[in-house]
Design a protein around this ligand. Structure first.
Ligand code: F6P
Length: 542
């Protein structure tokens, strides 16, 4: 496998990759040859430095890495998260075909459907006002308390699908910083507020601490007995939820074969379901399922997740690009880059292979981004003229939800396409000079100014186009990126489904709390930590 990467690397170095301007000039069919679709969802990768030879080698790389076999293992419920001895079955949560999915000899689909039905009943009860607060008032505000995978998905998706939002207002509290919950509660009335405590493990310090603060908010205002009416929970740890005091009828479970960052499809999606209703939530699941079927069946050159994964490896491992920018030209996808940061970097930010050896070469890139057009006025300068090449991924809908603002959507589309064209084409010194000449600047002054106006071009971008950001499309987009991360993880030969790298910080924080509280001396810590503890202590108000 590494030999294919090495061959690709040396071929590309020898040929200076594909010159994109020349490639487009030579081949009027380049767009259709290097784009693929699933219904209205189209991915154009013709502005990446690929040709048929590169794609053949990338396909060979995925074959050699055993991506298809690993994919089938994942879908079949094999314990591919081997460091935790778990299956990886977020795909079962959106398995609208109801094909049996076996874990330890048992079909998980009846349990999946059972929880979905219970969520639907609860969501409908809250949405219709049938389920009320302790004083008989309907719920107007729902606060999801969770962090990481128990927060980022619901936050991102609730914003993304705001045109479908016809339930109570949604709020999200994640940070241990008391400012987050304090600012959220300020605007809320206890009698009409429902809290969802969302935690796979039900031990996460941020979530448990915020849940206690929320509990006090209810108990202090309308009494301890009211708490049960204003809380529900989502977790795999049902015993711990019971200990917190939430009634079993208000607890929605999921299973250890659902990773936190893959859990939006499970009961973790409850806030989204309350916002948009069970039917639209069903469309969201159907979108994810459609992408699963596509990933399982489509041949390489038509398979969006396989292609996106292969291009990711090409950019990271062959061309050596260290980051990738996700730039949705869709304001409602403004939290999508943050969502993908956890999905991608918590999954593929690893340096040990499945055999316990150091990863050869690079694993996952840094993922970052912001919506366009805002980013154009902030960091695009570096993407166009900086010294690092940053492959970018644009996302754009053909239609917005505001027919009266059609002209704004046209401007949005024009900006998105202009950016990818500019990155590809660039501007040569000659072009820069003639542009200056046309503006009346000539001679030495033009020679002096022109280099500052040169864009190297040949900078890669992928553009993903869809008809409209519906629940179904959002489901397809998330599943597309999940499977892309999977494909890359298989090529890197890592376990994409554990996250030991977040543990050390948690352990040290637990040890440092009594030091910060002044109960224990800071001895044993490094001098920087000791210095910072005392600097903060000196500045703390009593
Ligand atoms: O710290 C990382 C992490 O374990 C994530 O993987 C997870 O999504 C998040 O914390 C929250 O965990 P939980 O849902 O168990 O509270």
């Amino acid at each position: 496998m590494q030999s294919i990467i090495d061959t690709l690397t040396s071929t590309v170095a020898a040929t200076h990759a594909e010159d994109l301007r020349a490639a487009f000039a030579a081949d009027p069919q380049r767009f259709s040859r290097f784009s693929a679709s699933l219904d209205d969802l189209l991915m154009d990768y013709s502005k990446c430095a690929v040709n048929d030879d590169v794609l053949e080698q990338l396909e060979q790389l995925l074959v050699t890495a055993g991506v298809a076999e690993k994919r089938d293992e994942m879908f079949s419920g094999a314990p591919i998260n081997f460091t935790e001895g778990r299956a990886v079955l977020h795909t079962a949560l959106r398995n609208r075909s109801n094909r049996p999915v076996m874990v330890d000899g048992r079909d998980v689909m009846p349990d999946v459907n059972g929880v979905l039905e219970a969520m639907g009943k609860f969501a409908d009860g809250i949405r219709s006002g049938e389920l009320k607060g302790a004083t008989g008032k309907p719920i107007t505000d729902v606060v999801n308390i969770g962090i990481g995978g128990s927060d980022l998905g619901p936050v991102m998706a609730t914003l993304a699908l705001s045109p479908f939002h016809d339930g109570p207002r949604l709020h999200f509290v994640s940070n241990i910083d008391g400012a987050h919950i304090a600012d959220t509660l300020k605007a809320l009335a206890p009698e009409t507020t429902l809290f969802i405590v969302a935690s796979k493990t039900f031990t996460t310090i941020e979530t448990m601490t915020n849940a206690q603060t929320a509990r006090a908010f209810i108990a202090n205002a309308i009494g301890e007995a009211a708490v049960g009416h204003h809380f529900c929970a989502v977790s795999t740890a049902l015993d711990k939820v019971a200990a917190f005091g939430i009634d079993a009828s208000r607890v929605f479970g999921f299973w250890d074969w659902v990773g936190g960052r893959y859990s939006i499809w499970s009961a973790i999606g409850l806030p989204l379901m309350i916002a948009i209703g069970p039917d639209h939530f069903g469309d969201f699941l159907a979108g994810g399922h459609a992408m699963d079927e596509h990933f399982r069946k489509a041949p390489f050159r038509q398979n969006l997740p396989m292609l996106l994964g292969a291009l990711g490896v090409y950019h990271r491992n062959v061309l050596g690009y260290q980051t990738r920018a996700i730039l949705p030209y869709d304001q409602r996808l403004s939290r999508f880059p943050a969502y993908l940061q956890q999905l991608d970097m918590e999954s593929n930010g690893k340096s040990v292979t499945i055999d316990g050896k150091p990863v050869h070469g690079a694993s996952g890139p840094v993922v970052w981004g912001e919506p366009g057009t805002n980013g154009q006025h902030a960091f695009y300068q570096l993407i166009h003229q900086g010294t690092s090449v940053i492959p970018v991924e644009f996302l754009i809908a053909a239609n917005g939800f505001e027919p009266e603002l059609r002209h704004q959507h046209e401007l949005l589309i024009a900006n998105c396409l202009a950016q990818s064209e500019a990155l590809m084409k660039g501007r040569t010194l000659t072009e820069a000079k003639s542009q200056l000449t046309a503006k009346g600047v000539a001679g030495e002054e033009a020679d002096f100014l022109a280099p500052h106006r040169v864009f190297s071009g040949n900078r890669p971008s992928i553009t993903i186009v869809y008809e409209q950001l519906t629940p179904y499309t959002l489901g397809r987009l998330i599943a597309l990126y999940e499977h892309r991360v999977f494909v890359e993880g298989v090529v890197f030969r890592i376990n994409s489904f554990d996250q030991w790298g977040v543990e050390l910080g948690k352990e040290l924080a637990t040890g440092l709390l009594p030091v910060v509280q002044g109960k224990v001396a800071a001895t044993g810590h490094d001098s920087s930590t000791v210095g910072l503890v005392s600097a903060l202590a000196e500045r703390r108000q009593v």
